[in-house]
Design a protein around this ligand. Structure first.
Ligand SMILES: CC(C)(COP(=O)(O)OP(=O)(O)OC[C@H]1O[C@@H](n2cnc3c(N)ncnc32)[C@H](O)[C@@H]1OP(=O)(O)O)[C@@H](O)C(=O)NCCC(=O)NCCS
Length: 281
């Protein structure tokens, strides 16, 4: 029988306008290595966005670590930020860009920084930061190319690492080029069928959000063709509120032959945004 115990996914949504005064000016919660990255951005808007993402991630990690890492919880759990903590406590968590530009979380233990068990993903939109974190959840790793040569020798190529991928996307119109360049043919067909029941604007945003979360989950981002992750959301789910299940499969035609694990996750509409969290099954 399939176990009902699974990793708990926690999420947070932080708006710059909802912060108590003084948290971003200056961002005293950044660790020294983060300060260096923060200072390196040329544009103030990117500095603020990056700092807000760090603040949201740190608040999320700190509070999620106090909760059970596994449970029978079905849906992602919302974490409300606790503003009682000091910047010093948050400086003992560092969220730095890894080589693939995705987040790498370290915590200070004594005088040494150690990688934190768990999977984190960050997304920004219009002065808000949305983060998802699964404590204790190891990234699923593997080889995205493998097989046997004509001489019978086995080979394996590029490795992948799949964890949590999160995305926040404002519901807004997208062009005909978007459909042509970014959607898989099956998604375009699904869109034509479904657009009679739902606003095309909302559906296109939903597909894009699921794609971005999926591309972050496998840590490739837009380095991979966005037509590669294929998602055909359930029609009934589009009508109701709250979180809905979504699944993503990969079309090898658009991955250049690479294979990745199927993903499962959640999406919801919150006011004028779509929030999505995806991860390996
Ligand atoms: C990852 C990507 C899909 C994000 O989309 P976006 O709509 O621009 O931005 P979002 O706010 O939703 O997400 C940004 C966050 O994604 C995360 N991210 C970036 N690259 C990532 C990757 N390869 N894997 C997982 N997460 C990644 C970062 O945490 C980033 O926020 P931060 O820099 O403040 O820490 C996209 O920016 C991307 O692919 N970037 C990598 C660069 C690249 O390959 N460019 C190709 C240009 S076509």
């Amino acid at each position: 029988m399939e176990s009902s115990i699974r990793p708990v996914i926690n999420w947070i949504l932080l708006a710059e306008t909802s912060l108590p005064p003084g948290w971003l000016d200056p961002p005293g919660f950044l660790a020294e290595a983060e300060q260096a990255v923060y200072q390196s951005f040329r544009f103030e808007v990117r500095r603020r966005e990056w700092a807000l993402g760090r603040l949201a991630a740190k608040k999320l990690i700190q509070q999620a670590r106090l909760q059970p890492a596994v449970g029978a919880v079905l849906e992602p759990v919302c974490i409300e930020p606790d503003w009682g903590e000091t910047g010093e406590e948050l400086r003992a968590i560092a969220v730095l860009p890894a080589a693939d530009q995705g987040p790498r979380v370290q915590t200070l233990a004594g005088s040494a920084w150690r990688d934190l068990d768990g999977s984190l993903s960050i997304s920004h939109s219009h002065g808000r930061a949305f983060c998802a974190f699964a404590p204790g959840c190891e990234a699923r790793t593997g080889r995205s190319f493998s097989g046997r040569s004509f001489s019978g020798r086995s080979f394996s190529g590029r490795s992948f690492s799949a964890g949590i991928g999160a995305d926040i996307e404002k519901i807004e119109p997208r062009s005909a080029e978007y459909v042509q360049n970014y959607l898989h043919p099956q998604e375009t067909f699904w869109l034509q069928q479904t657009a009679r029941l739902q606003s095309g604007v909302m559906l296109k945003t939903l597909l894009w959000s699921i794609k971005e979360a999926a591309l972050k989950s496998i840590r490739r981002g837009l380095a991979l063709d966005p037509r590669a992750p294929v998602c055909l959301p359930e029609l009934e789910a589009l009508q109701a509120g709250g979180w809905h299940l979504a699944r993503v499969a990969w079309d090898a035609h658009f991955t250049g032959g690479e294979s990745f694990p199927d993903l499962a996750g959640w999406w919801r509409r919150l006011d004028d945004d779509i929030l999505t969290i995806m991860g390996p099954i």
